[in-house]
Design a binder for this molecule. Structure first.
Ligand code: HH2
Length: 274
């Protein structure tokens, strides 16, 4: 059995992103060739990523899904050449997760929090894998059409607690799971800000919290562009540092070096590192 997730990935740990897709919102098409994706993943580890998250399906607002065959055709040639690295597979499909775990991945990052494929929980349990459960309101195709909550933080918290209990019931050890508020997944700018300001309430659930704010459009909108579709690196690092101070453990980021540097200095200034 694997050690607890917090032992394998002590806070702060950066999860580097490699999207093997033609249409991801910030790096779509850049790493569709296996050679390019493999080189990017190795580069991210050199920059200090504790683990690399490989995805073959975009979940950007408005996106349509892809078939299991298409997703596998994208990620399999990449993951099979990275078996020496700590890898996470960003998928909601049991077939993709099963193959990725066979090829050596150690984590499944499921943006549907085990609601997308009824077989995924069993694959994670049987594969003794780590699991990220993320909150999303609705589905990528429609999630940004007027998302509404009475209290976004308590609703996200209740959802994550319920999905954690579901995972544990399915045989996944609690200490293998981390939780993610799902920044930008069915949330307005105000919802994202509220979740980040009150992150301590999610940390209080007792499992490591992962935050994925990197390059997201709410950053560009906070910087004053109401039509922004992405956000800047420095804005993403600012969010990561504040989320770290509020108790987050894992940071999903495309620009790994900048995140590692920001978090290392933040750790030194809060006494966690020297
Ligand atoms: N965000 C994206 C994808 N997967 N997983 C978790 N756990 N948390 C996130 O915030 C998250 C995620 C979206 O970013 P990206 O992968 O860059 O884009 P796309 O979905 O367009 O491929």
């Amino acid at each position: 059995m694997r050690p607890p997730l917090e032992q394998a990935f002590p806070r702060p740990s950066v999860l580097g992103v490699v999207n093997v897709t033609p249409d991801s919102f910030s790096d779509g098409g850049l790493f569709l060739r296996p050679d390019a994706a493999v080189a990017e993943a190795r580069g991210l580890v050199d920059e200090g990523a504790a683990i690399v998250d490989v995805g073959g399906e975009s979940t950007r607002p408005g996106s349509e899904g892809v078939t299991v065959e298409e997703e596998l055709a994208r990620v399999e040639p990449v993951i099979s050449r990275l078996s020496d690295l700590p890898l996470s597979v960003d998928t909601s499909k049991a077939g993709v997760a099963r193959r990725a775990l066979e090829l050596g991945a150690c984590m499944v990052n499921d943006v549907t929090a085990l609601r997308g494929d009824p077989e995924l929980a069993g694959v994670v349990a049987d594969g003794d894998a780590y699991l990220c459960l993320m909150h999303m309101l609705g589905e990528p195709r429609t999630m940004q059409e007027e998302p509404r909550y009475d209290d976004v933080v308590s609703e996200v918290k209740a959802f994550l607690e319920e999905r954690l209990a579901f995972a544990v019931d399915a045989g996944i050890p609690e200490e293998h799971v981390c939780l993610d508020p799902g920044i930008g997944f069915g949330k307005t700018v105000a919802h994202n800000v509220e979740l980040l300001m009150r992150l301590d309430e999610l940390v209080a659930v007792g499992r490591p919290v992962l935050v994925g704010a990197s390059r997201k459009r709410f950053l560009g909108r906070l910087l004053g562009d109401p039509d922004a579709l992405t956000g800047s690196v420095s804005a993403g690092v600012a969010v990561a540092v504040l989320a770290y101070q509020r108790g987050a453990s894992l940071f999903r980021a495309h620009d790994v070096r900048e995140h590692v540097e920001g978090l290392t200095v933040a750790g030194a200034l809060t006494g966690a590192a020297t």
